[in-house]
Design a binder for this molecule. Sequence first.
Ligand code: GDP
Ligand code: ZN
Length: 308
Amino acid sequence: MVKGLVIKSTGSWYTVRDAEGNTVACKIRGSYRIKGLRSTNPVAVGDRVEFSVLDDGSGIISHIEDRKNYIIRRASNLSREYQLIASNIDQAVLVISLVQPKTLMAFVDRFLVSAEAFRIPVVLLFNKLDLYGEEELIQMNSLVEIYENIGYQCLAVSLKSGLHTDKLRALFAGSTSVVSGNSGVGKSTLLNFLDPELNLKTSEVSSSHQSGQHTTTYAEMFLLPSGGYVIDTPGIKGFGTVDIEKNELFHFFPEIFKISAGCRFHNCLHLNEPGCAVIDAVISGEISESRYLSYLGLMSDMGDKYRK
Ligand code: GDP
Ligand code: ZN
């Protein structure tokens, strides 16, 4: 039996890398299920597995080690089945731009909620610093203050001019990361910076939106020259939302959760209840208004979802 790391999945074949760095094309024996989750594929990029090698050089995976976390997405919009995308992720680097295109903070907060639910630490990477005017710089500084206070690491760079990019190699070295962000913010540019041999195509920011695409894509893991792995998840913007109940949404806003201990009612939803410590903290400025608005927005979306 050999131990290895799944670095690529194409549905039925998995590329597994052993301790010596050899790669073996593997299939899986038997059926594996994730507890409480209907999944269309049993093995994810990032899985640590045991396999045996057959005479023809291919391998059979016989064991998957427990995952410390994983990300999934719905197999299709209406489906109750999930596609397992990647596992054992140390950090998600969320690329943000305040211009061309402008990342909406509601999108960032949604992403952070899924990441909290999947227990994946997030680093916020503000890119395109070279394009920021005075107004954007003021905005960025206030966002950095808000998110650093909550506990999220923030970095600001320009991948184009090279400003502060020296910090990026250290950020990625020695860990397994996923890179996320809305289209046009510089994800491919970032991956090419980390490993020029990847030679990924970067795209001009176009005004035509490309929504509605839902092709099957498979994640792939790259070993960076400076150490560390990056998982590329082409076409996948978020992590797919796990089913969070309305009355527990605030658990995934760390600063709201912390302050909610002071609410008068233990089942407070922080909407308009008397004695709500969260609302008091929004008024006093201790909790940022934009974060609270994201909380309200998600709450009302969840209301829609359950309306008959
Ligand atoms: P992706 O869709 O997130 O992968 O974004 P790309 O990496 O394809 O980048 C989109 C566009 O933004 C490309 O034209 C890049 O050259 C450009 N871009 C990336 N980083 C920067 C930056 O720091 N400053 C400027 N001005 N442009 C950038
Ligand atoms: Zn409350």
